[in-house]
Design a protein around this ligand. Structure first.
Ligand SMILES: C[S@@+](CC[C@H](N)C(=O)[O-])C[C@H]1O[C@@H](n2cnc3c(N)ncnc32)[C@H](O)[C@@H]1O
Length: 249
């Protein structure tokens, strides 16, 4: 409880594994040597009722002109390809699985990309710290589907996360999602179509059945295709904020 008597809300519990097989020595070396200079560390939360200090994205990416976020990048295939294709975009990648982070680091070093910062934490902790209208793109590719009904509250797509993403995104910014799980796909569509700040860009079935050319494949997608799980690719636009101009006081 804070001095003012307010109770700090409990942090949402994170479900998912942080480590897998022991890392090969070369990957452990990347974690030891490369992660510290490419890591994004969030500030400790202030005591309530103080508002949290927002991230300074310009300071984080001094030579970048816009900022993107990828949530749960896995082995980072999509993130590394986007970083190489868009060297003037600063990309935050959030992932809790160390082995995936090490794989991404290897790609970034090999391709000499310096425009990615890695958050080794629950992406939900980052969202309230992003400045208003700061992200032009957000990616959520094949998030854990949590198929059991009693686990649906663990899904990343929730009204609260969509509110925070909408606040952090610029007008016209794009939110890209993919899933090969019919249950989570329906959930994504239901929540995003119900949200006042997002509009679906699909005009015909082809638009969600086929991955756009500027959307590199992830390992999870490739595995799903091999195993007979066709993916869907969703593109949503962040609607323009309503202007207050012209309103009477
Ligand atoms: C099914 S995998 C998909 C990985 C990758 N996007 C792909 O398509 O290959 C989901 C990933 O999201 C990560 N993840 C789950 N919840 C997360 C969270 N709250 N914040 C950051 N990463 C998360 C998991 O560790 C896992 O690597």
């Amino acid at each position: 409880m804070s001095a003012s008597g307010e109770v700090r809300p409990p942090a949402a519990k994170l479900h998912g594994r942080r480590t897998g097989r022991p890392l090969r020595r070369s990957l452990q070396h990347l974690i030891d040597e490369e992660l510290p200079r490419r890591a994004l560390t969030l500030p400790d939360p202030p005591a309530l009722p103080d508002p949290p200090a927002l991230l300074d994205l310009q300071a984080l990416f001094p030579s970048c002109r816009e900022y993107w976020l990828e949530v749960g990048f896995g082995g980072g295939e999509h993130l590394a390809a986007q970083a190489a294709a868009h060297p003037h975009v600063g990309i935050i990648g959030a992932e809790i699985f160390r082995n995936g982070i090490a794989t991404l680091l290897r790609s970034l070093v090999e391709q000499r990309s310096d425009n990615v910062r890695i958050l080794e934490e629950d992406a939900r902790a980052l969202l309230p710290l992003l400045p208003e209208a700061s992200l032009t793109r957000v990616f959520l590719l094949f998030p854990d589907p949590w198929p059991k009904t009693r686990h649906h509250k663990r899904r990343f797509v929730q009204p609260e996360t969509l509110d925070l993403l909408a606040a952090a995104m610029v007008d016209g910014g794009e939110f890209r999602l993919a899933s090969d799980d019919p249950g989570y796909l329906t959930w994504m569509l239901r929540h995003l179509l119900a949200h006042p700040d997002f509009e679906w860009l699909a005009e015909r079935a082809e638009d969600w059945r086929h991955r756009p050319e500027d959307w590199p494949q992830t390992r999870y997608e490739a595995k799903g295709l091999e195993e007979g799980r066709p993916p869907a690719f969703l593109r949503f636009r962040r609607r323009a904020r309503r202007s207050n101009a012209g309103l009477c006081a």
